[in-house]
Design a protein around this ligand. Structure first.
Ligand code: 5GP
Length: 136
């Protein structure tokens, strides 16, 4: 598998690098949803979080924490969204695992991240939790 982020990880395609170690690369997202929007990717290919091996997964999230704190320090972000889209139905468009670090400034006109919550009073949440737990 050789996708655009594999090429960025190898340095075959340029990127604006924020952080790098043996396992991961963090670079600015071309789309810049908010100022400083950064992607963290594992250097070893996986499609998304669902098939990423645990060692790399740990390094990706360690780097995500470093980048998030750097964005707060650098630009005075007051919060941060850390998210990863897995598969097309969830909005994934580049099929190499990546975590978005999106700094928030309190008035982010380009970003609407809202969840509509359901009324769960008629749902059996305990049964759902048990059903899911069986598959872990
Ligand atoms: P997804 O939709 O898969 O969660 O996010 C893919 C992200 O990759 C998008 O936010 C998009 O702006 C970013 N992106 C796509 N191609 C490139 C590229 O060549 N370079 C950089 N820096 N970002 C890219």
């Amino acid at each position: 598998m050789d996708d655009i982020f594999c090429k960025i990880a190898r340095g075959d395609i340029p990127s604006c690098k924020v952080y790098e170690d043996e396992y991961v690369l963090a670079f600015l997202d071309l789309g810049q949803v908010t100022k400083g929007h950064t992607l963290v990717i594992p250097k070893k290919h996986s499609t998304n979080i669902l098939d990423c091996d645990e060692e790399y997964l740990g390094h990706v999230f360690k780097a995500a924490q470093k980048v998030a704190n750097a964005l707060i320090k650098t630009y005075g972000a007051t919060g941060v969204n850390i998210l990863s889209n897995a598969n097309e139905s969830a909005g994934q468009s580049v099929f190499h695992f990546h975590v978005h670090i999106i700094p928030r400034y309190g008035n982010d006109e380009y970003l609407e991240l809202g969840f509509k919550e359901h009324d769960t009073s008629n749902m059996d949440l305990k049964a759902m939790a048990e059903e899911i737990a069986k598959n872990i």
